[in-house]
Design a protein around this ligand. Structure first.
Ligand SMILES: NC(=O)c1ccc[n+]([C@@H]2O[C@H](COP(=O)([O-])OP(=O)(O)OC[C@H]3O[C@@H](n4cnc5c(N)ncnc54)[C@H](OP(=O)(O)O)[C@@H]3O)[C@@H](O)[C@H]2O)c1
Length: 341
């Protein structure tokens, strides 16, 4: 870690590693640069070495190895998940060498002692880390950013969520499959079980308990951990749609206390990281095509259930590669720096 004394101020600068240069890793490099993250030295790793260009900046990508993490302060992981994936193999090596790991994958999210953080909701949990902090799943992040202000104002009893998730949520492979199908080039890259152009697929991840998919269970368990409330009843259906970037969620919730639509709009409009676009008379609501490349969680179609007193609908849209992954990870790093300086 270096101290920069320019402009008479002491400013810490950090040695940062980015692991993986797929859909999320590239966005991570873009976000670090856009937010002027205080970097002393940046190292970029993947399975193979090469040069890449992101927004006219050239980056040398090095083949990953444990010793590459020597002197790294913060390691942002955006590699593959699973037993032989980047995080399981190299995150402990990075921690052993003194780095704090912020991991985008699912491997550590529900582990005891690993904070799962969305800075708009539970920034204080960052302090509890023992070397690894987990970034939640993309569909969970926008979900909790929208639910949290309502939960604080009126409590939440139960939630029913249907997600419409973009192909970039499955990485570069997902985008390639859709593009190839549009070009009628056949299934050169097969990220999904079925064709995705001219189609939607009601399965993200493998099927598990009670015939819900892993993606659907992530929304349940991760929300409970982030909001520190296991009593909220959550049931989800996650669907892949032929959109490049921008996850949408139609969310029905039942609050504990009655709350008016006006109050929900007011609260959400003043909430961190949220933008309300909700003018039904002018057909104005958030669309994935408009939110791609932006940082906020957009909310519209706010309306009461005509039959259930405390029932409320929301339409929630966010860029899955930015707030759903890279941006949230960099915001965790910023929170970490702020708490340790
Ligand atoms: N896409 C999303 O919206 C999203 C949202 C939230 C979380 N995530 C999570 O973020 C992570 C990255 O996702 P992605 O969408 O960016 O995937 P991706 O486009 O498939 O890219 C994966 C990257 O990881 C690198 N990699 C794979 N195995 C590695 C290893 N053992 N060591 C070092 N690097 C390795 C690959 O290296 P090569 O390029 O050399 O092959 C590639 O650059 C995943 O855990 C994913 O679940 C993704």
């Amino acid at each position: 870690m270096n101290i920069d004394k320019r402009q008479g101020k002491r400013m810490r600068r950090y040695n940062v590693a980015v692991v993986g240069v797929g859909a999320v890793g590239e966005e991570m490099l873009r976000v670090l640069c856009q937010r002027n993250f205080p970097i002393s030295q940046l190292r970029v790793f993947a399975r193979s070495s090469r040069e890449i260009v992101v927004d006219n900046h050239k980056y040398s990508v090095h083949k990953i190895s444990p010793d590459n993490f020597e002197d790294i302060d913060i390691a942002l992981f955006a590699g593959t998940e699973g037993e032989k994936g980047a995080a399981v193999t190299y995150a402990p090596e990075a921690v052993k060498r003194g780095a704090v790991v912020i991991d985008n994958g699912a491997d550590f999210r529900l582990k005891e002692g690993v904070p799962l953080v969305v800075p708009e909701v539970n920034p204080q949990d960052v302090k509890k880390h023992k070397g690894i902090i987990a970034n939640p799943n993309c569909s969970t992040i926008q979900f909790v950013v929208a639910l949290w202000p309502i939960y604080q104002a009126a409590g939440i009893k139960r939630v029913i969520a249907c997600s419409y998730q973009a192909v970039s949520g499955a990485g570069h492979g997902g985008v390639k499959q859709l593009e190839n199908e549009y070009k009628e080039e056949g299934l050169l890259a097969r990220a999904f079980t079925y064709r995705i152009s001219k189609n939607i697929i009601p399965q993200i991840g493998g099927f598990g308990k009670a015939d819900y998919t892993s993606e659907e269970w992530k929304m349940v368990h991760e929300t409970h951990k982030i909001m520190h409330d296991k009593k909220i009843k959550i049931s989800a259906t996650c669907v892949r749609v032929p959109v490049i970037t921008g996850h949408c969620e139609a969310v029905y919730l039942e609050t504990k206390k009655n709350i008016t639509v006006k109050r929900v709009r007011d609260i959400l409009s003043k909430s961190l990281g949220v933008k309300v676009i909700d003018q039904p008379e002018q057909s104005k609501y958030p669309l994935p095509i408009d939110v791609a490349g932006t940082d906020e969680v957009f909310i519209g179609r706010i309306r009461k259930d005509p039959f259930v007193k405390n029932g409320l609908w929301l339409w929630i849209v966010a860029d899955n590669l930015r707030k759903g992954a890279a941006l949230n990870a960099v915001q965790i790093a910023e929170t970490l720096c702020a708490t340790s300086s």
